[in-house]
Design a binder for this molecule. Structure first.
Ligand code: HEC
Length: 419
């Protein structure tokens, strides 16, 4: 653990904005897929004993394929881990740790679910669903953390801020959205998608239509009150026009979806499967926009803190650069370090190694240190019997320092050699 935190540096203001959009992009991949997976496999596990055929249909929707699990599950989650940790840089939160733990939980859950898809063992599926639910709850609570800068300094412990009403409200909203989307997916895949389509009047079709439309309708009715609840719980300053507007637009579309679904339930057909899918995706996008507005408002202050942090690092780097190149004061201690690290591999004082013995070549520079600087800065061919010395790529300060060290040592070594 702590791997992610080691890789971070404070983001600048521009990067922050980009980071936020990337976070939303990843959430758009991860959240709907995870929600649908949770609900469809959950149903499959529940119905396994009484309705094995139906249980299999829910797994065969195609959400349990290894490629899907990796592309829509693990990859966005890991990306999100980096983005969130980067976003909260300097907040004093062990965000990287949290996300690493959640990733481990989620990977375990996906493995169990995959095993369930293969073996159809109920207990394995139930364990997978429970673990997935837990990791999603933790994820929601981590995401919530991002919205509440005021809480950051109080957060401590192996997992963040579990069980607050805001987290519960958001998780409920998310689970309702999962049911809604699962219904939309079942309806669309089994009654529209050519490859999976079932015969309209067949025995298989009846329960699938019932579940697909039922989940869609249930989700569409549960989402508005839950959305309202989570808006009520959010910080009043975060309730911008766009946040509320996007939420209201989502409620409007949900109403249309409900009307379409009731029509299909009454007629016993599924003619609006495609429209329901399109509307369903629009609702998800609107919910995320509303969510993003809340976050932008909540993190305004942190953005300023981060910009300052980034500025600090930049100034420190500039200072370092000045020390290296502008105020090139020789530092014999640095010279000794360079000498020990770089020069001794080719040079000795009293004998030729790759390069000539210093006792032979240095005396001519005592009266002209500038020539020594020039040589070390940019070695030229001198002794025809020796190879050219490779350029050591030293900074000006390093050149002056190592020269100062050499010329300071020379008389001492000479004395030692004469005795
Ligand atoms: C990869 C081997 C190598 C390294 C590392 C190396 N040198 Fe040299 N150095 C040489 C060779 C070869 C010569 C002889 C070049 C010639 O005579 O053309 C030489 C020559 C010199 C000379 C003598 C120049 C003259 O007037 O004859 C000095 C001074 C010198 N090196 C300093 C240094 C210092 C200081 C360092 C470390 C920062 C260093 N060298 C690192 C290979 C090396």
């Amino acid at each position: 653990m702590g791997i992610i935190d080691q890789l971070l540096s404070p983001p600048g203001a521009q990067q922050l904005k980009l980071g936020l959009y990337l976070i939303y992009f990843m959430l758009l991949f991860l959240l709907p897929y995870m929600g649908v997976l949770l609900v469809t496999v959950g149903l499959s596990v529940t119905l396994r004993k009484g309705y094995p055929e139906l249980a299999r249909s829910f797994v065969q929707l195609g959400f349990l394929r290894p490629a899907m699990l990796v592309i829509f599950g693990l990859v966005p989650l890991l990306t999100l881990a980096f983005l969130l940790a980067q976003f909260l840089f300097g907040a004093g939160l062990p965000m990287g740790d949290y996300m690493e733990r959640i990733t481990v939980l989620l990977a375990g859950a996906l493995l169990l679910l995959y095993a369930y898809g293969r073996t159809e063992i109920q207990a394995v599926g139930a364990a997978g669903v429970a673990l997935l639910g837990l990791s999603l709850f933790c994820l929601v609570s981590v995401l919530d953390l991002v919205y509440h800068p005021g809480m950051w300094q109080f957060i401590d412990g192996p997992l963040p801020w579990l069980f607050s009403w805001t987290v519960v409200a958001h998780f409920a909203l998310y689970i309702a959205a999962g049911h809604f989307l699962a219904g939309v997916a079942i309806t669309f895949l089994y009654f529209y998608w050519p490859e999976k389509r079932v015969e309209q009047g067949s025995a298989e079709a009846r329960p699938l239509r019932f579940w697909g439309l039922g989940l869609t309708l249930g989700g569409a009715m549960a989402l508005p009150p839950l959305l309202l609840w989570s808006l009520v719980l959010s910080h009043s300053s975060a309730l911008t026009f766009l946040a509320i507007g996007a939420g209201m637009a989502a409620v409007g579309i949900l109403f249309m979806v409900a009307v379409l679904v009731v029509g299909m339930l009454f007629r016993g057909d599924s003619r609006h499967a495609l429209a329901v899918l399109v509307f369903g995706l629009a609702v998800m996008a609107l919910l995320l926009v509303s969510h993003q507005q809340l976050q932008l408002a909540a993190n305004r202050e942190h953005a300023v803190v981060l910009a300052m942090e980034a500025q600090k690092v930049r100034s420190a780097a500039e200072l370092e650069q000045q020390l290296l190149y502008v105020t090139a004061e020789p530092d014999p201690a640095l010279g000794k370090k360079l000498f020990d690290e770089r020069c001794v591999s080719c040079h000795a004082w009293d004998k030729q190694v790759v390069g000539p013995a210093y006792l032979e070549v240095l005396p001519k520079y005592v009266s002209d240190p500038e020539a020594l600087h020039a040589f070390i800065r940019n070695p030229v061919k001198i002794n025809p019997n020796l190879p050219v010395m490779p350029n050591q790529g030293l900074s000006e300060r390093e050149v002056l320092s190592v020269s100062a060290y050499l010329l300071q040592e020379l008389p001492i070594i000479q004395e030692g050699a004469n005795e």
